[in-house]
Design a protein around this ligand. Structure first.
Ligand SMILES: NC(=O)C1=CN([C@@H]2O[C@H](COP(=O)(O)OP(=O)(O)OC[C@H]3O[C@@H](n4cnc5c(N)ncnc54)[C@H](OP(=O)(O)O)[C@@H]3O)[C@@H](O)[C@H]2O)C=CC1
Ligand SMILES: O=C(O)C1=N[C@H](C(=O)O)C[C@H](O)C1
Length: 233
């Protein structure tokens, strides 16, 4: 499979290694300085760029009929436009805030726990995410997906960083050294805490998941999620 990498930073380089190990070819490495892009040799594109660049990269891929796997976080104000464009162009598109198998299992666990906690008013939920100091967005895309999973299954109506009002989930975002990504959800009562936690040991799981998604999307049309790819739940 011929893969184009939009964004050749920490994730782009890790994805290249995994893709070569699975006998794929990297036909383009597109970075902020790239002036001309040849879409003709691409079977699929994988975007791990930056919040301000992701939507334009997605648009270009859909216009050129190249299936696009997007892992960039922090651009979701344009998500509905990306979905609409994908439908208009009869294209193929996946966005996931987190491509690792472990976090996608964790998303399911989070929803299941939230359902169990929905009527237990003695507990308050909170979330903490920890990432490396180069991360541009806060809270992480993964934390937002986790918050949405809680909101869907409980009476919580929203989330906010740090201090919150009634009915909102507080998210604390910490930036420490080179932490790849740690997410903790805690339900606290006067007498105890219930805590679930996912700790990434490296970026390998994110990169492998993105390549698996790229392999999966070939020949498909529509907007999909990692739940479709992994057949979870
Ligand atoms: N969904 C998931 O599973 C995961 C998502 N992420 C997300 O992926 C994104 C990238 O992360 P990471 O690799 O760590 O970040 P890096 O900063 O290491 O890499 C981003 C790269 O994108 C480049 N870039 C900037 N503008 C453009 C553009 N217009 N087109 C193409 N490339 C561009 C940057 O170039 P320059 O340095 O020259 O600006 C840089 O090389 C982030 O949004 C992060 O949150 C990260 C891990 C997992
Ligand atoms: O920027 C990162 O590094 C990561 N970003 C994603 C996010 O915002 O959730 C996924 C992972 O946690 C690493």
């Amino acid at each position: 499979m011929n893969i184009a990498l939009f964004g050749y930073g920490k994730m782009g380089k890790m994805i290249e290694q995994i893709a070569l190990g699975r006998n794929h070819t990297i036909v383009a490495k597109i970075d902020i300085d790239t002036t001309e892009i040849d879409f003709s040799r691409m079977d699929v594109a994988i975007d791990f760029s930056q919040p301000s660049a992701a939507f334009e990269n997605i648009q270009q891929c859909l216009e050129h009929k190249v299936p696009i796997i997007c892992g960039t976080t922090g651009w979701l104000k344009d998500f509905d436009n990306a979905v609409a464009l994908c439908k208009e162009k009869n294209g193929a598109f996946i966005y996931a805030s987190n491509y690792s198998l472990g976090v996608n299992v964790f998303f399911e666990l989070n929803a299941y726990l939230a359902k169990m906690m929905q009527n237990l008013n003695q507990y308050r939920v909170s979330m903490e995410e920890i990432h490396h100091t180069q991360k541009l967005d806060a809270p992480s895309g993964t934390a937002i997906t986790l918050a949405e999973g809680i909101i869907k299954n409980t009476g919580y109506q929203g989330w906010k960083l740090d201090t919150v009002g009634e009915g909102e989930i507080p998210i604390v975002a910490k930036r420490i050294d080179d932490v790849p990504g740690t997410h903790t959800i805690t339900y606290t009562s006067k007498v105890d805490d219930i805590e679930i936690k996912h700790t990434a040991h490296s970026r390998e799981g994110f990169a492998l998941g993105a390549v698996v998604a790229a392999e999966w999307i070939i020949g498909k049309k529509g907007v999909f999620t990692m739940k479709d790819v992994l057949n979870l739940g």
